[in-house]
Design a protein around this ligand. Structure first.
Ligand SMILES: [Zn+2]
Length: 239
């Protein structure tokens, strides 16, 4: 497997990113990226008072419409419509504004406890009731996942949860400490269980759009190439 040109975690001016979506797409093409996802912030936790977020139905519609239009215009780059949900948000708020069918990818940030696993599980049950039965969920993943919260307790619970729900773990170049060697036990489990992995940069400006080498080196180091291939196959099958 060659170095895949993939960055599934990018912020635009719809939240705290510095560049409009159109500029991100242009730059992604010039950087030779093959797959990108625009994943702006969604939250009603404390964070909502600090950064701009996707916080009204009007803004979300506009955001998704804009990505859709640019997607059609740029067929040599695969662009996924995404969102990054802060797990500190309330369930009511998420259910009010997010219809999973409108997205290609949903990232969850700050999965740090068994309670958060239960939170996602119950969300998936509720979303399952509103989506059409034969349509699969969008890609689901954990943004900049910090394994330290599960290393000494609940690791198997986490692995089973990810496996059952086909949720990927993102290796994020803005948080290289989370794929450092001290977490090799976690990544061995990920490999063994066949958990999907992804590459994201958490890009907030276009200069860091192709900052993907760190995660790719870690994926090779932990022998997770097939786990990444699963993700790419899923994208190719759905687009
Ligand atoms: Zn992010």
């Amino acid at each position: 497997m060659n170095n895949p040109r993939i960055n599934l975690h990018i912020h635009s001016t719809y939240s705290d990113g510095k560049s409009p979506i159109e500029k991100i797409i242009k730059k992604a093409i010039s950087e030779g990226l093959e797959y990108i996802a625009i994943t702006d912030h969604f939250t009603n936790s404390w964070k909502a008072n600090i950064i701009p977020t996707l916080d009204t139905a009007y803004k979300i519609d506009k955001y998704l419409g804009e990505i859709e239009k640019l997607k059609e215009k740029n067929q040599n780059l695969i662009v996924l419509k995404g969102i990054e949900i802060d797990l500190g948000s309330s369930k009511e708020y998420i259910l009010k504004y997010i219809n999973p069918e409108e997205y290609d990818i949903i990232l969850f940030e700050y999965l740090e406890s068994i309670e958060s696993i239960a939170f996602i599980k119950s969300l998936l049950v509720l979303w399952g009731k509103i989506k059409s039965p034969n349509k699969p969920f969008p890609l689901l993943g954990l943004a900049h996942f910090d394994p330290s919260y599960f290393l000494y307790q609940g690791l198997q619970v986490l692995i089973n949860f990810l496996l059952e729900n086909e949720i990927f773990v993102e290796l994020n170049s803005s948080y290289s400490q989370y794929y450092s060697r001290k977490y090799s036990l976690f990544y061995e489990k990920v490999k063994e269980a066949g958990i999907i992995v992804s590459i994201g940069c958490d890009s907030h400006d276009t200069n860091r759009l192709a900052d993907i080498n760190g995660p790719w080196e870690a994926i090779k180091d932990y022998l997770l190439q097939n786990n990444l291939l699963q993700l790419i196959n899923k994208i190719n099958n759905s687009t």
